[in-house]
Design a protein around this ligand. Structure first.
Ligand code: ADP
Ligand code: MG
Length: 469
């Protein structure tokens, strides 16, 4: 306690000085952005009956301050001056002379007509804030397969929930073009159709940042925050974008917490898992990890074929199945490219008025196929094999010896020997520093299995063809 130097006293000017003191300490604790947004606008009004009364410009701020900072402020203050027992916050509009909203001692204050109007305005603003949704990105149009069934099921659960969020947040992650945005749009469409009263806001993280920075510049962060206040379901796409962008992250963190605390659903997507996102703050990562984390794996041949069949049907083009199989084999990067290839084949054949065949498809896609034909690396092989067998990439290097991971690892070593110029010791090193004899053993084992098991041999050959492009 600093009471010797600064004896507890409680006239209003002294209270104001103490507030500055508390505020300065809090600034160190919560960071500049939060301080700017929440603490700085708080104005001391009266000190009465052991309670300090503050005014803030909006209900949103009042609620936020009470929910997030009031306890901390009171505790700090008591250390400085035991005469301060607690605080109240009331709303006082900055510009207009409208009557002030009463202080809110806890959650759940009654709503006035003016407050309802504010909420309605904010809801409308949130709606217009939402990025447009692609009408093609629905659940019906999403082809489910092993690599995406978990993420799909989770997305469905979130979309169908009518009460509390089944998990919060839902965190979807996976490589480019694997369907993250599609699933988010699908959730949004579903809710807009089935529960039109719920306010769904879908936005890219980039847009979120852009908006936030603009609000900072125009000094209306209050409006910015207000817009999120009325959102029932907040979806932020490609959140990796804000990694390393500290003030945006901070803002996002607060928005996130406030909405979660109010039982609103949050859905996030990223290209990596929360823990793998570099430049993300620890506390945000742990928040993101709190809900359900669902990854979308690289596509398998079966899924690619399924997607092509479904798209070909939608497009109404007569595409021979052989051509679809060919595309599923050769275009393995992601679904977006796969779609692009199919579109091109159909468009070109219509243009020149020729029926689609394997030859014409190959001809139309020459450049695309060549791009997929680049030299195979050990990393490619590991990725492809891991995805094919649905094991983690890390298991290519790990010590684990269970058959379910050891066999794919052996196949990858075998393919590395077949498809690259690397020596056995070099291959061993790339597989978690294994000895060259281990690689040799793997190669022999796979050769042996190939002769004994026809299905196994076909599987390996297919992988090989896919890798060779
Ligand atoms: P991401 O956001 O993960 O980068 P998108 O959701 O934008 O990927 O998907 C890329 C394209 O592939 C979109 O046109 C999407 O509709 C399509 N797509 C991805 N996965 C599927 C799927 N399982 N079924 C149907 N279309 C899909
Ligand atoms: Mg996307």
């Amino acid at each position: 306690m600093t009471s010797d130097k600064n004896p507890p006293s409680a006239t209003l000017p002294e209270i104001e000085i103490q507030w500055r003191d508390v505020c300065a300490r809090l600034r160190g604790e919560v960071g500049d952005t939060a301080w700017q947004s929440w603490l700085k606008p708080m104005a001391v009004k009266i000190f009465e009956g052991g309670r300090v009364r503050f005014s803030v410009p909006t209900r949103f701020m009042r609620d936020w301050v009470l929910d997030n900072y009031a306890d901390r402020i009171a505790k700090m203050w008591r250390e400085l001056n035991p005469a301060v027992l607690g605080l109240d916050v009331l709303v006082q509009a900055e510009r207009s002379a409208a009557p002030a909203d009463g202080p809110r001692p806890g959650l759940g204050a009654g709503s006035s007509a003016a407050a309802n109007a504010t909420v309605a305005r904010a809801a409308a603003a949130a709606h217009s804030l939402s990025a447009p949704l692609d009408p093609r990105n629905t659940f019906d149009a999403f082809v489910v397969g092993k690599p995406n069934e978990f993420a799909w099921a989770a997305a469905k659960r979130v979309a169908e929930a009518t009460k509390a969020p089944p998990f919060n947040p839902l965190f979807l992650y996976g490589g480019v073009g694997l369907g993250k945005t599609h699933l988010m749009h699908a959730i949004a469409w579903y809710i807009r159709t089935h529960q039109p009263k719920r306010n769904v806001l879908y936005m890219s993280a980039e847009k979120f940042m852009y908006r936030f920075i603009r609000a900072l510049r125009e000094q209306n962060t209050v409006d910015f925050k207000e817009q999120f206040r009325s959102v029932d379901v907040l979806m932020i796409d490609d959140v990796q974008f804000i990694a390393g962008k500290d003030s945006t992250q901070e803002e996002f963190f607060h928005t996130f917490n406030a909405l979660v605390d109010q039982g609103r659903q949050i859905v996030i997507s990223a290209d990596k898992s929360p823990s793998d996102l570099e430049g993300m703050e620890e506390r945000l990562i742990s928040r993101l990890n709190c809900g359900l984390v669902a990854d979308i794996h690289a596509t398998t041949y079966e899924l690619r074929l399924g997607i092509l069949e479904s798209k070909a049907e939608q497009l109404g083009g007569a595409v021979p199945h052989k051509v679809l199989e060919f595309l599923a084999h050769r275009i393995t990067s992601n679904v977006r490219e796969l779609e692009g290839a199919l579109n091109r084949v159909i468009a070109q054949s219509q243009l020149v008025g020729r029926e689609i065949s394997l030859e014409t498809a190959q001809d139309y896609l020459k450049d695309l196929l060549r791009a997929n034909d680049r030299r195979v690396t050990i990393e490619d092989i590991q990725k492809r094999v891991a995805a094919h067998f649905n094991v983690r990439l890390a298991d290519m290097f790990s010590e684990r010896r269970s058959r379910s991971v050891a066999r794919p690892r052996q196949i990858a070593m075998y393919l590395a020997k077949q498809l690259t110029q690397r020596s056995l010791p070099e291959i061993g090193r790339k597989f978690g520093g294994r000895d060259h004899t281990t690689v040799m053993h793997a190669v022999r084992k796979v050769e042996e299995l190939r002769t004994q098991d026809q299905a196994f041999a076909e599987d390996v050959d297919m992988l090989r063809r896919m890798l060779e492009g």
